[in-house]
Write a protein that binds this ligand. Structure first.
Ligand SMILES: [Zn+2]
Length: 81
């Protein structure tokens, strides 16, 4: 059985660097400024592999957006629910 997948790609136009590894940006789902992570960092926090993490993003359990440069960033708030 084929499964339909709806994927919305949102771009982050402004992000603030707090330290060289910590960034803040507006999450399009939470509609507020949040700390963002790379997908690898987020998968490590959840202790799952990156493929399992990609499924969580595709299913909408985790918020993710692309920077203007094309790099994915993950909303840290959505990991802590
Ligand atoms: Zn969010």
């Amino acid at each position: 059985m084929k499964r339909k997948l709806k994927l919305t790609i949102t771009k982050i136009y402004r992000q603030t660097m707090i330290t060289p590894t910590i960034f803040r940006a507006a999450c399009p789902v939470c509609r507020c400024e949040v700390q963002t992570l790379t997908p690898r960092e987020a998968a490590r926090i959840l202790q799952i592999d990156e493929m399992a993490f990609d499924r969580l993003v595709a299913d909408g359990y985790v918020h993710a957006a692309l920077t203007v440069g094309g790099y994915p960033r993950v909303c840290k708030n959505s990991l802590l629910r």
